[in-house]
Design a protein around this ligand. Sequence first.
Ligand SMILES: C[S@@+](CC[C@H](N)C(=O)[O-])C[C@H]1O[C@@H](n2cnc3c(N)ncnc32)[C@H](O)[C@@H]1O
Length: 324
Amino acid sequence: MAAAAAMDHLEVSTDDDDSSDYSSSFTQSSTHSITSSIVDYVYENGRRYHRYQEGKYMLPNDEAEQDRLDLYHHHELLTLHGNLYVAILPVKPQRILDCGTGTGIWALDIGEVFPSAEVIGVDLSPIQPEWVVPNVRFEVDDLEMDWTYHPDYFDFIHSRNIAQSIQDWPRYVRQIHTKPGGYIELAETSTRIYSDDESLTGSTLGLYNEKFNKALEIAGLMFPTGETLKKFAKAAGFVDVKVHSIKQPWGSWPKDPEIKRRGIIAAMICTTGLESYGMAPLTRYMGMKPEEVLKMCVNSMVEVDSRKVHAYTILYHVVGRKLE
Ligand SMILES: C[S@@+](CC[C@H](N)C(=O)[O-])C[C@H]1O[C@@H](n2cnc3c(N)ncnc32)[C@H](O)[C@@H]1O
């Protein structure tokens, strides 16, 4: 997908009686041996979080979150026209690493695309399936600790939406060392929500977003944009670094049918996603009560469903090749 086209102004549908309209409310319905501290969980405000390196990553890891991650994977596939990555890989990769693999859905899919490749998925949480295909395996680890993989081991490393945890991005990207000629792909979503008209101004969703970003700032977390990731990748020795930026609308407001479909799925993801992303930062750093956060999330979703707020985030895919 051409980056410029993906960032074009999104036209708002004027059809109030849109048959494809919906309500997202229908969705409301270093490696370690597995020790108890790794498989234990922490519960807070009704959600379950990882125990290993407790408190490091602020999103839950319970069933609701796992469903959201899998739906997000579907959304990425729609966005990338069925592709698992944007990089143009000249040869079939034989060793692939998926950083912050979540439910492991991307790792399992790439293992199917490249059956001769060895695929490793790493995560703080042991939430991946136990029975997997022979060429895919999962490890529990903190990717911000010193890596023990041989520097010349992987020929493709993928990292997607891991931002709400990484304290030192330049170091994290430096550690993502592929072998010479290998590829990286860093995919992150903006924490800022935008609208090209004034529809976000004065909305509950706008307020949620302001408070959420303030909380991350207080927590000392930096959320890189495509250009920042590009800078880090170049500093880490990657060349031909390219940023692909794509608008991700929330809701069925876009006119274009394909973009509208993505918006509908994005809104379904937000139904639990606003709480997943916001609960810990807003209660831990902004002094909000859990019920206040929940109310804010519900009211934000009413706005998204009403199609009056034309919100979108930006998805960055940053691709680079390690100098030979
Ligand atoms: C939003 S989820 C994305 C999951 C997956 N990459 C995807 O796109 O479906 C982020 C994942 O990164 C993991 N994570 C965050 N910080 C990490 C760290 N320092 N080391 C290992 N995994 C981490 C979290 O546990 C979580 O499963």
